[in-house]
Design a protein around this ligand. Structure first.
Ligand code: UDX
Ligand code: ADP
Length: 455
């Protein structure tokens, strides 16, 4: 029986391995992590991450051919294929701080694999890594002891949170990069054969290892760039009375542009976009490519501008003072259908509002626990409230920050009556019916559209 081990039971490792196990009952998949709580949660009723449809996929394979364990060494030793899916956050210290990837967890894994392996293995990079990391990994793995052979592949994950299961089940493409040597090609084929159990062959792309690594960074940079581009236009729309949704629709019907990823918002968040762009910036700089580095850096600069702009607009419209005013934040997750709050624009927006001495109340259907971890220093200055109606009661303003469907279904008339007048509503995701809200009496502000004010 082919045995797979995955190091790292996070947002990427957990769902990806659950899908492989579900689709390939004859392959034994063991996911390991040093975090005992996480491993226990994967085996319980309440999974450590919220992802629609994930529970069913896990249940289909759990304890059949899908196992979770903290015994990292044993799982590595037994495996034919080891996926490395540990976190690679942006470095916060030393050379490249704020830009480069912190590879310490990843290198620890490589050293562990080398130490405990007694048979040849294929090592698959799943975490997003800077280009040429595979080469470094090969060097760590083969340093000294040459009796065991490791073939390093790059197989970047393109799943998006909230749609992880459908992205895994029916991906646009699967990318496998490997060495152009015979053993490299053989390893590629082995991994391709696994995905080919459920993914049409023509959607499985094979490249050299560096192209695979760079494609992941590039895909995220292009997606984030679209969001920053439409957000830049949203500022212009607000100044000119154009409507950003109409502009997005008009340009999106051009097939060369396409309609996706053109929703103006308070900015992109999530664990990948900012990190990967900064990584790309750092890579460019490392190779002396200053103009390309600056070009991509602007995508992040624009994102920060969009967050600040939103708060400034709140402040200006609420008579230049929000000190002491109760402001309900509807949503804290970086997008809908996930409990993930990493790099969520809500974090910075919340901080800026607290700096202005607003009384912030946070409500979110899935992300309250994670939100608390993001702002440990503010816990005595903000409130958390499960019920959005209670959050909005007595508030001067609502700021809608995450496009949860639940927020669309609320009775805004009832909410309006419980708020302080004039009641302000800032729709940071352009998802509510602004005309209807205006009719109810709200002062309505959205992204990239003129305001609707009774004052
Ligand atoms: C992203 C990539 O889509 C995925 O392929 C990669 O593997 C990981 O990074 P994810 O971060 O889960 O996935 O979410 P995504 O749907 O890409 O959204 C990222 C951010 O952009 C969110 O904050 C979202 O709200 C924002 N966004 C997205 C917009 O503001 N407007 C849009 O039109 C699209
Ligand atoms: P991602 O979004 O990339 O999946 P996460 O932070 O959700 O990132 O998951 C990464 C996981 O990797 C964490 O659960 C962390 O505990 C685990 N991890 C980090 N280093 C190691 C290691 N050396 N051995 C095992 N697991 C590790």
């Amino acid at each position: 029986m082919l045995k797979i081990c995955c190091i790292g039971a996070g947002y990427v490792g957990g769902p990806t391995m659950a899908m492989i196990a579900k689709q390939c009952p004859d392959i034994q998949v063991t996911v390991v992590d040093i975090n005992e709580k996480r491993i226990a949660a994967w085996q319980s009723e309440s999974l450590p991450i919220y992802e629609p449809g994930l529970d069913k996929v896990v249940q289909a394979a759990l304890n059949r051919n899908l196992f979770f364990s903290t015994d990292v060494d044993a799982a590595i030793r037994e495996a034919d294929i080891v996926f490395v899916s540990v976190n690679t956050p942006t470095k916060t210290f030393g050379e490249g701080a704020g830009c480069a990837s912190d590879l310490q967890y990843w290198e620890l894994c490589a050293r562990r694999i080398k130490e405990v392996s007694t048979s040849d293995k294929i090592i698959v990079e799943k975490s997003t890594l800077p280009v040429r990391t595979a080469e470094a990994m090969e060097r760590v793995l083969h340093a000294g002891n040459r009796s065991v052979h490791f073939e390093v592949l790059s197989n970047p994950e393109f799943l998006a949170e909230g749609t992880a299961i459908s992205d895994l089940e029916d991906p646009d493409r699967v990318l496998v990069g490997g060495r152009e040597t015979p053993s490299g090609q053989e390893a590629i084929q082995e991994l391709v054969d696994i995905y080919a159990r459920w993914v049409p062959r023509e959607r499985i792309l094979t490249t050299n290892v560096w192209s695979a690594e760079l494609s992941k960074l590039t895909a995220n940079a292009f997606l984030a760039q679209r969001v920053s581009s439409i957000n830049a236009i949203s500022a212009l729309c607000e100044a000119t009375d154009a409507n950003v949704a109409e502009v997005a629709h008009a340009i999106g019907t051009d097939q060369r542009i396409g309609s996706k990823f053109l929703r103006a918002s308070i900015g992109f968040g999530g664990s990948c976009f900012k990190k990967d762009i900064l990584n790309l910036v750092y890579l460019c700089e490392t190779y002396g490519l200053h103009e390309p580095a600056e070009y991509w850096r602007q995508v992040v600069v624009m994102n920060e501008y969009q967050e600040s702009r939103f708060v400034i607009r709140m402040l200006r419209s609420m008579f230049n003072t929000i000190a002491g005013k109760r402001i309900a934040l509807f949503g804290f997750a970086f997008k809908a259908d996930t409990g993930d709050t990493r790099e969520s624009p809500a974090i910075r927006i919340c901080r800026k509002l607290v700096e202005e001495h607003a009384r912030v109340v946070i409500t979110d259907p899935q992300a309250i626990e994670n939100a608390k971890l993001e702002i440990p220093d503010l816990l005595d200055r903000v409130e958390f409230e499960e019920d959005p109606y209670a959050a909005a009661e007595g508030a001067h303003a609502i700021a809608l920050l995450t496009e949860w469907d639940q927020f669309k279904q609320l009775d805004y008339q009832r909410i309006y009556q419980s708020m302080v007048q004039p009641a302000f509503l800032f729709d940071g995701r352009n998802m509510l019916d602004h005309d209807a809200l205006f009719e109810m009496g709200y002062e309505v502000f959205s992204i990239g559209k003129g305001m609707k004010s009774h004052l």
